[in-house]
Write a protein that binds this ligand. Structure first.
Ligand code: DX5
Ligand code: ZN
Length: 227
C-alpha cells in the first residue's frame, strides 16, 4: 500500500475566515494545504501572493504546497520561499529554463514540483523526472476552482506511473482540479498519490459538511484498496 495525501486547496475558501477554513483542513486529517497563486497572465483570474502564504505559515504546521501559475516564476521563487513554502510547483509551460528553475528551488532546501496543463504531454518533462519531488497533473485548465474534471488526463497518469516504475523514480504524482471521491479513486487506481481538492470541500456551507466531504474522499480511496 502506498501513502495517499489529501491536499485541500483554499482557492475557493472563505478568505474572511481563512483561519477557520485551515482548522477544518487540519481537523479533517489533511497533511498538505494547497495554495494556488494565479497572476491573471499565465492563467485567467488573480488569486493571492506571498503575503497570504506568509500569514498562513504563521498559523499552521500543515505542509504548504504552493502551486505557481504565473509568468516569469524565477523572479518570485525567493519571495515564496521566504513566505514559508514547503514545496513550490512551477509549470513546465511557463518556464524556459525548467532545469535551472527546479534546482533554484531545491537549493533553498524545499521540495520542487513541476506541473503540466491538460494539453501538455508527459514527454515535455521526461528529461527532468529524476530531478523533481513531484509532478502535478492538472485535471482542469488552470485558473479557477469548480471546473469539471477532464477525463482524458487519466491516460497521462498511467503513462507517468509506468515511467516512474520502469526507471524507479521517486517523485509523487499529484492531481489537481475537479476532484470528488469518484475522480480521486480513478486517479489513485492509476498511481496518483496526492489529491488536491478545492470546491468539493469549500463550496459546502457548514463545517460538518466540509469535514464530511474530506471523509468521503478518504473513504473512496480506501475502497480502492489504498490507504
Ligand atoms: C486551478 C487550481 C486548482 C483548483 C482546485 O487553477 O490549480 O487547485 O483550485 O479546485 P477544484 O477542486 O474546485 O477544481
Ligand atoms: Zn492548484
Amino acid at each position: 500500500m502506498k501513502k495517499q495525501i489529501l491536499a485541500p486547496s483554499i482557492l475557493n475558501a472563505d478568505f474572511l475566515h481563512l483561519s477557520s477554513e485551515i482548522d477544518i483542513a487540519e481537523k479533517g486529517g489533511a497533511e498538505f494545504l494547497h495554495l494556488d497563486v494565479i497572476d491573471g497572465v499565465f492563467a485567467p483570474s488573480i488569486s493571492f501572493g506571498a503575503n497570504i502564504i506568509y500569514s498562513v505559515r504563521s498559523y499552521t504546521n500543515l505542509f504548504l504546497d504552493v502551486h505557481l501559475m504565473i509568468e516569469n516564476p524565477s523572479q518570485y521563487i525567493a519571495d515564496f520561499v521566504r513566505a514559508g513554502s514547503d514545496s513550490i510547483t512551477i509549470h513546465a509551460e511557463g518556464a524556459t529554463h525548467l532545469h535551472r528553475l527546479i534546482h533554484q528551488i531545491k537549493e533553498y532546501g524545499i521540495k520542487a514540483g513541476v506541473a503540466l496543463n491538460p494539453a501538455s504531454p508527459i514527454s515535455l518533462i521526461e528529461p527532468i523526472l529524476s530531478d523533481i519531488d513531484m509532478v502535478l497533473l492538472m485535471t482542469v485548465n488552470p485558473g479557477f476552482g469548480g471546473q469539471p474534471f477532464i477525463k482524458e488526463v487519466l491516460s497521462k497518469i498511467t503513462r507517468l506511473s509506468q515511467l516512474k516504475s520502469s526507471k524507479a523514480y521517486s517523485f509523487a504524482i499529484e492531481v489537481d482540479g475537479g476532484i470528488t471521491p469518484q475522480e480521486a479513486l480513478w486517479c489513485s487506481q492509476r498511481g496518483a498519490n496526492i489529491f488536491v481538492v478545492g470546491s468539493y470541500i469549500y463550496y459546502k456551507e457548514t463545517e460538518t459538511a466540509k469535514l464530511q466531504a474530506m471523509e468521503n474522499i478518504k473513504k473512496s480511496l480506501e475502497t480502492g484498496g489504498l490507504k
